[in-house]
Design a protein around this ligand. Sequence first.
Ligand SMILES: [Fe+2]
Ligand SMILES: [Fe+2]
Length: 397
Amino acid sequence: MEELHQLKDLDALLDAVLLEARRLTAAEAGSIYLVQSGMLNFSYLHNDRLFSSARHKHIYTSQTLPLDNRSIAGYVACTGEPLLIDDVYEIHPSMPYTFNHSFDEASGYRTKSLLVLPLKTSRDKIVGVMQIINALDRKGETIPFTARDQMVVGYFANNAAAAVERAQLTREVILRMIRMCELRDPEETGAHANRVGAYAAEIYHQWALNRSVPDAEINKTRDLIRIAAMLHDLGKIAIPDLILKKPGRLERDEFAIIKYHTIYGARLFENRSSELDVMSAEIALNHHERWDGRGYPGKIGNIFAESVHFGPGKQGEEIPLAARIVALADVFDALVSKRVYKESLLVEEALALIQEQAGKQFDPEVVAAFFAIREVIAAIRGKYQEAAATPPGHIGP
Ligand SMILES: [Fe+2]
Ligand SMILES: [Fe+2]
């Protein structure tokens, strides 16, 4: 249970919760819905029978349900009471809810026994609903869940609810940090952070497909890298205004100070028990390293030391993958964006420059993944455009 409270990333947490609930009841499958803006969002899914082959991984990933009595999950979210159903195909017609067959129809799976529990915090706030599906006996036959299952998982669900609530809060805080950074640094806008996060997630996805990384790992890492990439320049919060807001090119000594944003950034993510913090620190520290070893801050010992001296640049795969990806995403976005001291390049010019730097500034495999998804990159640029100039003091959209 301790572990649940250490994991901060929401998806990693939901995965752990579901795995444990299924282990407690020997159940084959399960899913979690979260209450988000007055709806139930289908948020996490396990199914040992289907996903050993990963065929139907994406069924339902964006399904939402209204918060009402008509669905099983909706009923549990509204009443706050658990449900134990022996066979979902034989629900009595007098019940307000019905079983939605569409998942079974699309996947060929047969859902039978269900144990559905509210994820309710100690203040009786319902943050979601957990469905545990198909209890198995020793021979692998589906059997009903028992009252004992309900009790054991119910206790566990209450603890999980508190952890889920905290993870959701963490996500909100992260988004607020990015907005805070935007107030200080005119170049690191929220739109830039959103684009770099989205580029990085998509480049990683393509890279991972090229390498045949398993689906479950792709989904998890993709989510982590998106958020962690958005935080790449958070360390700029510690750079003086005079330098950060200086129009025009920086002097040599000013640039030397700016370079420390990598170390300040990494220091912000000390909590190494959270996967999100680990990746955020890796990206913050290494997003200015270069594949050929000519980047910064290079190999340094303790980032918390009182005076940190930059070392010889990390090279090739010494640089963590997430940072190699963000390095490209960040530079591409800077090249095609207008800044105080420069006009933007045309996309074609920027692409040529990046191609030219494959094997020099950038990991050639990452460059290849980037070029394979050029259309996605263009779509992301279209989606996250710079907001029109807003009067000082105005807080984001
Ligand atoms: Fe940076
Ligand atoms: Fe940036």
